[in-house]
Design a protein around this ligand. Structure first.
Ligand code: M6R
Length: 609
């Protein structure tokens, strides 16, 4: 969603801000802007549309000179996308500029109050209220004015604040919306995402909720909500900038699909030693694990689909009830959680607002929180009792791929760890799965090598306007992800159905030429999958089937198109099966000329409700 970057130092700020914003483009936005202190005043430039429009307006950064500034990419919530509603928003005198991610929930009441005090407003944004309110309280001490505002605003916010009277400082504020500080030499940064500043520094301070920071050229001082100083340590970010760049690939999504074997190696290999699963710094004792009565998996989007696979696998190997819940529903449904409930939150970004809210609700009810997260130091990671990182590296494309695969792998490892503690799995089965997990990256490489087949099928089907993904059990869970991948980047309407449900309604939609992607990787239910293929084919469907090598011949007799994956342990089939589905979505979107890395209306990290 929105992105923030701020700079104070000795270099020209505008090009640094534009470059930082470009690195945040992947998050999704509809307008962009910067405010830079230049020749004794704040100069603000904002434009609706792509960042390129702003960059052209600023001659790539050469149009405004100055060494301190803030920039923003906006994803509209309050007020339509427009030049005026773009950030930075400035106070009436033009002295105070604010960039903001999140939502100020009580902005309306505050705006009415300010209007009653004679303050004129120019935008429809909630953010302008913050800028105007700071100026309202400002009497020469910017930090104190910000402090007074923080006690009056409600909601979620990350703020970057610049004042023309104090151009030797930038102020950063964080509550329920990510914000990090970059520590440089003679220069410092603020950003909503490490990606924006990694080019300049890898020393990062993760701000906590309620914290305020004052950045000068020489250093950074953090404060708590009451403006009492707090000491913070910088953490070292150990991934390289190349990880967040395309490296010769046309799209981040394709690069990230291709990176999956390597990402799996990072997620799996260090966690298996001498044939045993070993989870680092794992804070759940064996006694606690034996005491678990129920597991919830709570997440959104693709992370929720990982949870769907996890439900089948964990219930099978742990013999414990596992419920998968959409985070956006969980928080409002009075879930039954107690001290014997383990709540697993899954999130790539670690910042998804619904997942975060569900986490807090589960915690309040007494559940233990284990999170599977990609972004180190993210809010969900920090508020969980136990964190298992996926180590997928930065994921830039809006459509998740390598995060999904590594989340699955980590959930499988967790299942194995629990099964061993609970004694619910025989040694032979355990050893076999561990062995297969070690082989997963190489088998995935084989799948990727066969991508030309998938490209061919994409060329056959890219102009369909409706697609069904069908499957049973693990294949159904896999279909949910395949369908989401296709629709989010190609804009083709697609639905995933549990095959057994077809005859309860959906089959009426199958007609001559309807594309059905039949998922039949799970050997135990292969015959049933075959019957469903026959069923839809006899109603005219064009069937593209996905199965394992051993079933190639049989499925090949009836499907119109066929993709195969290597055989593996059933529990791990979705990890291989998802790759052709990702590639299929990618190639279809490519052939339809879609903006693959930045699909319309979508944001990488959904930090509003
Ligand atoms: O960062 P999270 O894993 O919490 O994000 C959850 C969803 O927003 C995300 O998976 C979304 O569905 C992706 N666009 C799917 O590709």
């Amino acid at each position: 969603m929105c992105g923030i970057v701020g700079y104070i130092g000795a270099q020209e700020a505008t090009p640094i801000l534009l470059d930082g914003l470009a690195r945040l483009e992947y998050r999704g936005y509809d307008s962009a802007g910067v405010a830079v202190y230049s020749d004794g005043a704040l100069k603000v430039a904002k434009a609706k549309g792509r960042l390129q429009v702003l960059s052209d307006m600023l001659q790539g950064g050469a149009a405004i000179h100055g060494q301190v500034g803030i920039g923003h990419t906006r994803w509209a919530t309050h007020g339509a996308p427009s030049d005026i509603n773009s950030h930075p928003q400035v106070s009436r005198s033009g002295k105070i500029a604010v960039v903001h991610n999140g939502i100020i929930e009580n902005y309306s009441a505050l705006k009415q109050f300010l209007i009653s005090q004679g303050v004129p407003f120019t935008s429809q944004t909630d953010t302008e209220v913050v800028a105007q309110l700071i100026e309202y309280f400002y009497d020469g001490d910017l930090l104190q004015a910000v402090g007074r505002v923080l006690h009056r605003i409600e909601g979620a916010y990350a703020l970057g604040i610049l004042c023309a009277d104090t151009p030797d400082q930038l102020i950063a504020v964080r509550r329920d919306s990510p914000l990090i500080l970059g520590v440089g030499e003679g220069e410092n940064f603020l950003a909503s995402d490490v990606t924006a500043i990694i080019k300049h520094t890898r020393e990062v301070i993760y701000m906590e909720d309620g914290e305020v920071a004052v950045l000068t050229r020489e250093g950074i001082q953090c404060y708590n909500h009451f403006l009492q100083p707090v000491e913070k340590e910088a953490a070292h970010v150990d991934w390289e900038i190349d990880a967040a760049e395309k490296g010769g690939y046309e799209h981040f999504m394709f690069k990230e699909i291709m990176e999956q074997p390597e990402a799996l190696r990072r997620a799996i290999f260090p966690r298996i030693k001498d044939g045993q699963v070993y989870l680092e710094d794992f804070g759940l004792s064996d006694d606690y694990i034996r005491d678990i009565r129920k597991i919830y998996i709570v997440a959104c989007g693709s992370s929720y689909h990982v949870g769907m696979v996890g439900k089948y696998n964990l219930e099978r190997i742990l013999r414990l009830p596992v419920e998968v819940a959409l985070a956006s529903e969980f928080r409002y449904r009075e879930p039954i959680v107690d001290g014997h409930t383990l709540v697993i939150m899954i999130s790539q970004s670690g910042e998804t607002l619904d997942t975060m809210a569900a986490l807090r609700e589960a915690k309040r009810l007494g559940g233990k929180i284990l999170s599977i997260v990609n972004v180190v130091g993210s809010s969900i990671a920090r508020e969980s009792d136990v964190v298992l990182y996926t180590w997928a590296g930065p994921e830039i494309a809006v459509a998740t791929t390598k995060a999904y695969s590594t989340q699955l792998a980590v959930l499988d490892l967790l299942g194995l760890h629990f099964a061993q503690r609970l004694g619910t799995m025989g040694k032979e089965a355990y050893d076999q799965i561990v062995q297969e997990m070690l082989l997963l990256p190489a088998k995935m490489e084989q799948v990727l090598e066969n991508r030309e087949d998938i490209q061919y099928y994409a060329s056959q089907y890219f102009n369909h306007d409706s697609v069904f993904y069908i499957g049973r059990n693990l294949d159904y869970a896999l279909g949910l992800e395949g369908s989401l991948k296709l629709k989010e980047i190609s804009y083709i309407h697609s639905e995933a159905y549990a095959s057994g449900e077809l005859k309860h309604g959906t089959i009426s939609l199958i007609e001559e030429g309807t594309l059905v992607v039949a998922l039949a990787t799970y050997s135990r239910l292969f015959e049933k999958a075959m019957s469903n293929v026959v069923e839809v084919k006899s109603r005219g469907a064009d069937v593209l089937a996905l199965t394992t090598e051993p079933h190639r011949k049989e499925m090949g007799k009836i499907a119109n198109g066929l993709i195969t994956i290597p055989e593996t342990h059933p529990m791990l089939l979705p990890s291989l099966g998802v790759v052709p589905l990702q590639l299929f979505a990618y190639y279809v979107a490519l052939m339809r000329g879609c903006d693959i890395d930045k699909p319309r209306n979508l944001a990488k990290s959904v930090t509003v409700e």
